[in-house]
Write a protein that binds this ligand. Structure first.
Ligand SMILES: Cc1cc2nc3c(=O)[nH]c(=O)nc-3n(C[C@H](O)[C@H](O)[C@H](O)COP(=O)(O)O)c2cc1C
Length: 172
């Protein structure tokens, strides 16, 4: 049984043919510019939710948890996401500000990881995010919080059909 599962996993498709080219030598100096263009290219390649990412957090004892979230914006404050302060991740972030994000776009063989510390954005910005959600009904949610990851490190990873995968790292 476990053999057949292992073999089934082994036989699953790898990255698609015709992966995009990426030359780190001509990458923009600002990682936000590179991220915006990769996100647009992922969208054009058919990725349905290119703004979805995994966020890893840890509690004070260093026990980790991760979950998928949606990127809400990218600006001088950092990489925005929103959630309830009362959630597990909200509690972990109050104990330990460090977090790591990971975006993966299989259609283009690309991954972007971001790690750093997380700050809370304003009450007004949090309320606006709550009000703009698709199912908005005019309600308020005082525990809804807009956060921003302020990166220390951002790594762009491009799969290569010849397995010479390319990594391009920014340290901030
Ligand atoms: C694609 C995707 C996007 C999601 N986006 C969000 C989000 O933006 N904010 C949020 O609070 N939960 C979002 N969720 C739900 C979270 O993954 C998670 O289940 C929930 O926030 C509770 O997490 P926690 O118990 O670790 O705090 C999303 C789930 C998926 C699969």
């Amino acid at each position: 049984m476990s053999d057949s599962f292992r073999l089934m996993l082994r036989a699953l498709p790898d990255f698609p043919e015709n992966l995009p080219a990426f030359d780190p030598a001509s990458a923009p100096a600002d990682p936000s510019d590179l991220f915006r263009s990769w996100l647009r290219e992922a969208l054009a390649a058919g990725v349905r939710q290119p703004h979805a990412f995994s966020l890893a957090t840890a509690n004070a004892a260093g026990n980790l948890s991760s979950r998928m979230l949606i990127l809400k914006d990218l600006d001088a404050d950092g990489w925005h996401f929103a959630t309830a302060r009362t959630s597990r991740k909200g509690k972990e972030l109050s104990e330990n500000q460090r977090a790591a994000m990971n975006f993966y776009w299989s259609e283009v063989g690309r991954q972007v990881r971001v790690s750093g510390s997380v700050v809370q954005l304003s009450v007004a910005a949090s309320a606006r995010d709550w009000a703009e959600r698709p199912a908005a009904d005019g309600s308020e949610n005082p525990s809804w919080q807009l956060y921003a990851v302020q990166p220390r490190e951002i790594e762009f990873w491009q799969a290569d059909p010849g397995r010479r995968h390319i990594r391009h790292c920014y340290e901030l």
